[in-house]
Design a protein around this ligand. Structure first.
Ligand SMILES: Cc1cc2nc3c(=O)[nH]c(=O)nc-3n(C[C@H](O)[C@H](O)[C@H](O)COP(=O)(O)OP(=O)(O)OC[C@H]3O[C@@H](n4cnc5c(N)ncnc54)[C@H](O)[C@@H]3O)c2cc1C
Length: 235
């Protein structure tokens, strides 16, 4: 395996954001996309690997609610290693004070206005769904049946697998050390758009680099005029 020297789009990070970006760009017909992660694929050790993965869709921002609805719709049919990625278990928030109960009523109104099915439950109805709860201590619950629980990195891996089928290349165990910029912008072109990567000596051997050159390899963006899309990761 040799390290590629050019890519139209380089995405740093194969967590849910990087894999989803690669998947969506590939579905839009973008070609020559390269995704790098410093950790092993797909359980990279980033936040996506650790998250319990709760998806509560209600948000006072309509855009965020739409994003969450789209996320559920996109992840629901996905499978990784034969197992489903998303479990549509439903989400319940409970109110123990009257102020909180008013808030949950407001939430339901917002959800319905945004086209999300949402219900107010009596304490007994909450108890029927969550037997552990002490219904004498709550005023009621807010229930969204389509809220879900996901296995974060399974979702990332499943999206990545679809992206790979569309030609996207993913490489793990490579750490990006620097992104060169000029006047606040990522530079591109064979001479200017150099990204320096570094990883372990053993990995370099595996990739075919001389150990003497350990610590440095060059990856340049091509100069075809398309925007360089670099995702700065949160990790
Ligand atoms: C304990 C915990 C619980 C959470 N619970 C929830 C929840 O219930 N619901 C919810 O919606 N969200 C939850 N989150 C948040 C959610 O997990 C994150 O928002 C999401 O996973 C971020 O995805 P990401 O792809 O941006 O980042 P990450 O998954 O962290 O991916 C970034 C990737 O970039 C790689 N990387 C970083 N630097 C470099 C570099 N220099 N070179 C190469 N690769 C690099 C990392 O290895 C990593 O794989 C939780 C997070 C945590 C930690």
């Amino acid at each position: 395996m040799t390290m590629r020297a050019h890519a139209h789009v380089v995405i740093v990070g194969a967590g849910i954001a990087g894999c989803s970006t690669a998947f969506h760009l590939s579905q839009l017909g973008w070609k020559d996309i390269f995704v790098i992660d410093k950790g092993p694929l797909w359980e990279t050790g980033g936040s996506t690997t650790h998250a319990p993965g709760l998806i509560f869709q209600t948000n006072y921002s309509k855009m965020m609610t739409e994003f969450a609805k789209y996320t559920v719709k996109t992840l629901k049919p996905l499978r990784y290693a034969g197992e489903q990625c998303l479990y549509q278990v439903g989400g319940i928030e409970v109110a123990a004070t009257s102020a909180r109960w008013e808030e949950l009523k407001r939430k339901q109104g917002t959800a319905l206005a945004y086209g999300l099915d949402a219900y107010l439950l009596t304490p007994a109805e909450v108890k029927a769904k969550i037997p552990l709860i002490d219904e004498s201590r709550i005023l009621g619950g807010y229930y969204v049946p389509t809220d879900s629980d996901v296995r974060g990195w399974y979702c990332a891996a499943a999206l990545a697998s679809r992206a790979e089928n569309a030609g996207v290349e993913f490489v793990g165990n490579i750490e990006v050390l620097d992104i060169q910029t000029h006047n606040g912008r990522v530079r591109r072109g064979h001479k200017s758009g150099i990204h320096y990567l570094r990883s372990h000596r053993a990995l370099y051997k595996r990739l075919g680099f001389s150990p003497r050159r350990q610590g440095r390899a060059a990856l340049s963006l091509d100069g075809r005029g398309a925007p360089a899309c670099l995702h700065r990761t949160t990790a």
